[in-house]
Ligand binder design. Structure first.
Ligand code: AMP
Ligand code: MG
Length: 327
């Protein structure tokens, strides 16, 4: 098969990132991150950041690509889910590139990109996937042409929950990594609501209860208890999916996957069941352009390109809406 190069653009939320890859190499990657001055991620502010940076970013990656003698075969972009204003900014850039370079446009589902880069980096074929990021939390697995969602959050994503609690505790965005550090100095567990309903879970009640707990418990103990409770919910549902589906591999993806305690808890569960846990390096866990370029390449090779008229952004794009034509 001819070697093809794909340029991928990510920018659903905080990280505007572009990358060029082929089947075996990451050729180039450039990034520009939106960091709120105070408070959480604001969709309009994030999109203004992306709009003011994207021109430079694209020029830079095209120049780097040329330096390696790359001739691009397609432009891939994150079509959703994500913040509408951010998605529209990157979609506009992707359409313009596709038209001016006269190469196909590919609309990538952001959640599936997290999965596909994890599969590539860990070389795992058919795992149960725990996808945990800011806006999304899902347990999925491939079956008959789709990634099926076995369980998911009924309200906010786990990253969003951690960040909300972190803001309340006075941390700058993102709170997740700080909560992980502070939790290490905890002395005891304080009781917080554990909410699993069937195969779904929920985090907003837990977040409120954790804020309230700060009145009578130390910050360290509440950070620790928040993590223990929320991660136990995620591990329980992942374990149940493994048992029901009869698979032996678990793949952890998404920004919250950087958390060592979550990895440790998942690993314990996997070892108890004789299963294996796979987790890519941190730079492939969080949002990145490489995952969009890689999924774009898989889609290009299976013919899943997009007409400009069908390239409207999809802020609520679900991974189980995608026909997985490349497996
Ligand atoms: P993503 O949307 O996939 O880029 O993931 C971003 C989310 O990951 C944010 O909510 C962060 O707070 C969270 N995150 C990043 N590192 C950690 C960590 N070490 N522990 C917990 N959450 C984290
Ligand atoms: Mg993400």
């Amino acid at each position: 098969m001819k070697n093809r190069f794909v340029l991928g653009i990510e920018g659903t939320a905080w990280n505007l990132s572009a990358a060029i890859i082929d089947r075996t190499n990451i050729i180039a990657e450039v990034e520009s991150q939106y960091q709120p001055q105070k408070g959480g991620l604001h969709p309009r502010m994030a999109s203004q950041h992306h709009a003011s940076e994207i021109g430079n970013l694209i020029r830079k990656i095209l120049t780097e690509g040329e330096g390696f003698g790359v001739e691009l075969s397609a432009i891939a972009f994150s079509q959703g889910p994500g913040f509408g204003p951010c998605l529209r900014t990157i979609a506009t850039a992707a359409r313009a590139l596709s038209l001016s370079l006269e190469i196909p446009l590919i609309g990538v589902n952001h959640c599936i990109a997290h999965i596909e880069i994890g599969r590539r980096m860990c070389d795992v074929r058919d795992p149960v996937i725990l996808y945990v990021s800011g806006g999304n939390s899902q347990v999925l697995s491939y079956r008959d042409g789709k990634y099926r969602i076995f369980g998911e959050t009924l309200d906010i994503g786990i990253g969003n929950a951690l960040d909300k609690f972190g803001r309340y505790a006075g941390f700058q965005h993102p709170g997740g990594p700080k909560i992980e550090q502070i939790a290490k100095n905890a002395k005891k567990y304080v009781s917080l609501p554990y909410v699993v309903k069937g195969m779904d879970f929920s985090f907003s009640g837990l977040t409120t209860a954790a804020k309230d707990a700060l009145v009578h418990a130390s910050l360290e103990d509440v950070c620790y208890s928040f993590q223990e409770t929320a991660f136990a919910m995620l591990v329980e549902v992942t374990e149940r999916a493994l048992a029901h589906i009869g698979k032996d591999d678990v793949l952890l993806v998404g920004g919250v996957g950087a958390n060592e305690r979550l990895k440790e808890m998942l690993d314990l569960m996997c070892k108890d069941r004789g299963a294996r846990l796979y987790a890519p390096e941190k730079r492939f866990m969080r949002d990145n352009g490489i995952m969009i370029a890689h999924t774009g390449l898989l889609m290009l090779e299976s013919g899943a390109t997009l007409d400009i008229k069908d390239s409207a952004v999809r802020p609520n794009y679900r991974p189980d809406d995608v026909d997985v034509s490349w497996i």
